[in-house]
Design a protein around this ligand. Structure first.
Ligand code: SF4
Length: 350
């Protein structure tokens, strides 16, 4: 089927639609500001992607950390990796384009084995997920044979396949508290492991937590000195951080939670200023969805998330190259699916 001609009025209307959404994005660390000219530049691309999406019965899942023109220009769902994994599971689409990083697209493939799952850029790894291989985890399991093996959702399919249960930052306490084993082998995030250990202790839950040595290269960089400086400069400031941050940073924050929980916290909190100790993409989302709030600098870029672009989304949708298509060995996929299904079983029912 021939692509319809993109007429000037069509492009102008699309540029105006994009500008209405993107005009409030102030936190643009890549240096781009949204005005009618920049929206006119991307309008032919967003029009083409949205047309291809219908033609291919595809759905585009966008992580909150990717560029706002992807989230608001062509995304069908936006959120953190847990929310998007639920959307992948519910999806009836023939094709899933995952604008995020590779381990997230693998999770989509684990839950939607019949769909063609594609990633815009195969290089979009993750310092955390890539910190441990299945082989290394098997060695750790052999050293702690009595431990329940729990993996954070930010892990590869290979690692998920070795675990008893997968968790998110939102359900980890409930799930660990209800596991029969006292000893827990938690991978791959060492800093999040520290934060979980502190919180379990605070809640009076007696567990021994052993962690591997991974960290998120974005969240590990935040410091208590940065918080102290910001509090001195901005009275009434609320500091919001992710549990992948160092434990002293989490302890000095007003709120600690997953990407989704941070979003909800800011939307429901009245304060003159917010300092978001997380990836800058979340600040961009909040500027679009809650333009009355004021954010002071502090967020950081994830270079992997920023490998996604509208051009790559278009190419992956139009004619995916083999390196853009996520494939998993069926036995490994089933074992990884088991750890995620266990999470759905054991997570608190809302
Ligand atoms: S922000 Fe951290 S955890 Fe998320 S993809 Fe980037 S490196 Fe991985």
């Amino acid at each position: 089927m021939a692509a319809p001609t993109l007429t000037e009025p069509l492009i102008e209307a699309e540029a105006e639609r994009l500008l209405r959404v993107l005009m409030n994005v102030d936190c643009e660390p890549q240096g781009r500001k949204w005005n009618l000219d920049t929206c006119r530049e991307i309008a032919p691309l967003t029009l083409e992607i949205n047309r291809l999406k219908k033609e291919k019965n595809a759905v585009i899942l966008t992580h909150s950390y990717v560029e706002p023109e992807i989230i608001y220009g062509v995304g069908d769902f936006k959120g953190d990796s847990y929310y998007l994994s639920l959307k992948a599971k519910e999806s009836k689409a023939d094709m899933i384009v995952f604008a995020g990083v590779v381990f997230m697209a693998e999770t989509a493939k684990i839950l939607s084995p019949d769909a063609t799952v594609v990633v815009p850029d195969r290089g979009s790894g993750c310092s955390l997920a890539d910190s441990i291989t299945g082989d290394q985890l098997r060695k750790l399991k052999a050293a702690y044979p009595d431990a329940a093996v729990v993996c954070y959702i930010n892990s590869t399919a290979e690692v998920k396949a070795e675990c008893d249960v997968c968790v998110t930052s939102g359900n980890v306490y409930h799930i660990i508290a209800n596991l029969p084993q006292r000893r827990i082998l938690f991978v791959p995030d060492r800093l999040m492991g520290h934060n979980i250990r502190d919180e379990l202790k605070r809640r009076g839950i007696d567990k021994e937590l052993i962690t591997s040595d991974g960290t998120c290269m974005v969240h590990e960089e935040f410091t208590v000195a940065q918080i102290a400086e910001a509090r001195a400069q901005f009275p009434g400031l609320k500091v919001v951080s992710h549990p992948e941050c160092p434990p002293d940073v989490a302890a000095a924050s007003d709120f600690v939670g997953s990407t989704g929980a941070m979003l909800q916290y800011v939307k429901s909190t009245v304060a003159p200023y917010f300092l978001m100790l997380t990836e800058c993409g979340l600040v961009g989302r909040l500027e679009v969805e809650d333009p009355e709030k004021t954010f002071i600098g502090g967020c950081r870029l994830c270079p992997y998330m920023k490998l996604n672009s509208l051009e790559k989304v278009r190419d992956a949708l139009r004619a995916p190259r083999p390196d853009q298509i996520v494939t998993l060995d069926e036995d490994l996929r089933r074992r990884a699916a088991h750890s995620i299904e266990r999470m759905f079983e054991l997570a608190p029912k809302s």
